[in-house]
Design a protein around this ligand. Structure first.
Ligand code: ATP
Ligand code: MN
Length: 461
């Protein structure tokens, strides 16, 4: 099927063709013809179509050509005398496939707020902004697979339903077939042996632990799948359902991990800049005037490596009033992360060696007894985009840490087995795909970076 993108790029005056799409606008001239701006989602630009009144059925059909209607048009390519386009289509045949009542069509030509567009998430992909986001998402997703495939990583699929809590954070959605209404009435202890899996189960927060199994069997691998967090954070950077990219590499330490993260982000950015030029220019013009500059700046600079301890130093000596106090041993808040990357270093930074008390059990313990080999990649405008670590490969230390975190090593018997049989140093990270889309597009709110956002009290569509 012919698409408008390829017509605009390749077709020459004189060629005949047939095209289908959705009407963006129609203008009628006093001189007995109409202009249709047609879009089919293949690119941002519309195809301009000229319909003379001698086209069969003009009188009846043209009235139905309203914003949002779908049409099929046959015509001949002509050089366009108008500004802004190389060619246009002179229609010889016009068929309205589906009408769109102009009174009730929710997506009018005028600019709508993103909040309103979220309420019509079934129609927002027809707007310029959300068409562009969908295309950038697609290009970024392809680039992610290409990057790992070119570097010999194995793509693996890890389970969505799990009975282990990877982060130990407890922010998980339960999966159950138990009758909640009956349980509420019974007021007794829940007997999970009666549940579908015979024990408590949830939606996964990360595929990391399972990815480690494959990395320590088959070499570098990665997952790219949905993850779920029941955190009640109504921020512009959190979703309850989001997509995560998680590479895991054996025989790799934290330095290797940082290099991988930096190469990976740069690869995806440069691919998207190349393959989505038109959409990227749109974002730069309409969404965030600095987005192209920011992305090129990221490509041109080495990510700064900074230890958590040094970062605390910088933050405490900064002449700033913090909403949340800065203190060694506390997690950094978004305001701190953004200060470091946006104002202090003015480029992406990789913070490493965090206090072990604020990080999960699987991160490798340092000799100082206080820190673990964790790393977070922070980028301007977003803050944390990647979280990762070198994993604890020593059995005793790992079991010790599990107990410290109130986890039963027995429950993770298969995970500790990896340390019993041929253990190796290994590292990996998780990148939040929608935060990457925020970075790429300049969109303020993560809810606009996924087709159908799930957030507290919101799972429409
Ligand atoms: P944050 O501190 O920003 O809440 P986190 O430290 O809980 O993130 P990790 O567990 O390190 O996140 O997850 C790895 C990556 O997944 C993060 O760096 C981020 O890009 C992304 N991510 C985490 N939570 C969310 C969320 N609720 N919505 C969207 N992306 C998320
Ligand atoms: Mn993190």
């Amino acid at each position: 099927m012919l698409r408008i993108k390829s017509i605009l790029e390749n077709k020459q005056p004189g060629e005949s063709l047939e095209i289908c799409g959705w009407v963006r606008t129609r203008r009628d001239s006093k001189h007995g013809f109409s202009f249709i701006e047609l879009n089919d989602g293949s690119c941002m630009k519309n195809l301009q179509i000229v319909v003379d009144n001698d086209v069969p059925g003009y009188e009846e059909s043209i009235k139905l050509v309203t914003t949002g209607a779908s049409v099929k048009i046959t015509g001949t390519v002509k050089e366009s005398p108008g500004k802004g386009q190389r060619i246009e289509l002179q229609a010889t045949h016009l068929e309205v496939l589906g009408i769109s009542d102009p009174e009730s069509f929710p997506l009018q030509k005028k600019k709508h707020s993103f909040e309103y567009l979220r309420e019509i998430a079934h129609l927002r992909p027809r707007s310029n902004t959300f068409g562009a986001i969908a295309r950038v998402r697609n290009a970024a997703s392809a680039a992610i697979h290409n990057f790992f495939q070119e570097n010999g990583f194995l793509n693996i699929q890890t389970p969505i339903i799990t009975t282990s809590d990877c982060e130990g954070a407890g922010e998980m959605f339960h999966v159950t077939t138990l009758d909640l209404a009956r349980l509420a009435q019974a007021k007794t202890e829940i007997d999970y042996s009666q549940d579908f899996f015979g024990k408590p189960a949830s939606l996964t927060v990360s595929g990391q632990l399972e990815a480690e199994i494959f990395a320590t069997s088959l070499g570098p691998c990665y997952t790219f799948g949905p993850t779920f967090r029941a955190e009640n954070s109504n921020t512009t950077r959190h979703l309850a359902e989001f997509w995560m990219v998680e590479p895991e590499v054996p025989f790799a330490d934290l330095d290797d991990n940082m290099r991988l993260a930096e190469d990976f982000i740069k690869y995806v950015i440069s691919h998207v800049l190349k393959s989505c030029q038109e959409d990227m220019e749109f974002f730069n013009l309409r969404i965030d005037k600095t987005v192209l500059e920011t992305l090129h700046h990221i490509l041109d600079h080495e990510f700064k490596r900074v230890s958590y301890t040094d970062a605390i130093e910088i933050l405490t000596s900064a002449k700033k009033k913090w909403e949340y106090p800065v203190e060694w041993g506390h997690d950094l808040q978004s305001e701190h992360e953004r200060y470091l990357t946006e104002e202090h270093f003015k480029k992406p930074i990789i913070l490493h060696d965090y206090p072990r008390s604020i990080k999960p059990f699987y991160m490798r313990c340092n000799e100082d007894g206080k820190t673990v080999r964790a790393m977070d990649v922070l980028v301007p405008r977003i803050g944390e985009i990647i979280g990762g670590s070198q994993r604890e490969e020593r059995l005793d230390t790992l079991e010790g840490r599990m107990k410290e975190c109130n986890l039963d090593p027995q429950e993770y018997w298969w995970y500790t087995d990896l340390r019993k049989y041929g253990t190796v140093p290994h590292s990996g990270f998780g990148l939040g795909f929608e935060r990457l889309i925020q970075l790429l597009t300049g969109m303020q709110n993560i809810r606009d970076c996924i087709p159908f956002p799930r957030t507290p009290k919101n799972a429409e569509f």
